[in-house]
Design a protein around this ligand. Sequence first.
Ligand code: KMH
Ligand code: ZN
Length: 271
Amino acid sequence: MEKLIITAAISGAEVTKEHNPNVPYTVDEIVREAKSAYDAGASIIHLHVRNDDGKPTQDRERYRQCIDAIKKQCKDVIVQPSTGGAVGMSSEERLQPVDLKPEMATLDCGTCNFGGDEIFINTENMIKEFGQKMIDLGVKPEVEVFDKGMVDTAIRMNKKGFIKSPMHFDFVLGVNGGMSATPRDVVYMVESIPTGSTFTVAGIGRHQFPMATLAILMGGHVRVGFEDNLNIEKGVLAKSNGELVEKVVRIAKELGREIATPEEARKILNL
Ligand code: KMH
Ligand code: ZN
């Protein structure tokens, strides 16, 4: 089996210090969390940035500042900015970090409910615009899908030339409004992606470690981090993103799966 790529989604846009005081807002806090994850074995940092008061922003310069600061501490890490941003942001706002030509960025392939009255909007034209911009700037998309219809949309976008092959998917499972997080869901998703694709599984909340374990067993890759889950175990807040990554590394070792370095991750993902 290929080595395991661990992505740490260190910050997100929805979680706050009220949920877990270790959620990072400032540049220094973002770097602290990225370094803890990298030192523990993460090869990719999935990044959302904030203003110092915690408000999510997609500001290009704030991303530049954070990425430069992360790269100083974690030299070879792959930084993958979000183009999802936070619910309600415009396309223009969300696309800003792609101008920095990161190695990767997320490309969300459909609209879904996001709990309460929230709707995370990704129309077909938006997906085309985001996909084309990533092709133009040489950025590899991580195709984020919250249900099976989004896999089908990505495949259509791939056929129309808006996403290049081989595609790399992130199955985000367990969002209120998206697909549930059971072994059956993961098998269905894996069987639905084109041959030659790679995939990561991100389980939300209590689903994080069961989904990670399943992905490890099935030859996929794993995303953990505060964006998706704040607890190291039931009722116990994680002290850092590094602690969440360490737990995945322990599970992977027990199951005989080696951890990919950033260089190895680049080869597996064709970066
Ligand atoms: N914050 C969510 C609305 C992404 O990073 O591409 C969207 C999100 C997806 O987190
Ligand atoms: Zn995200």
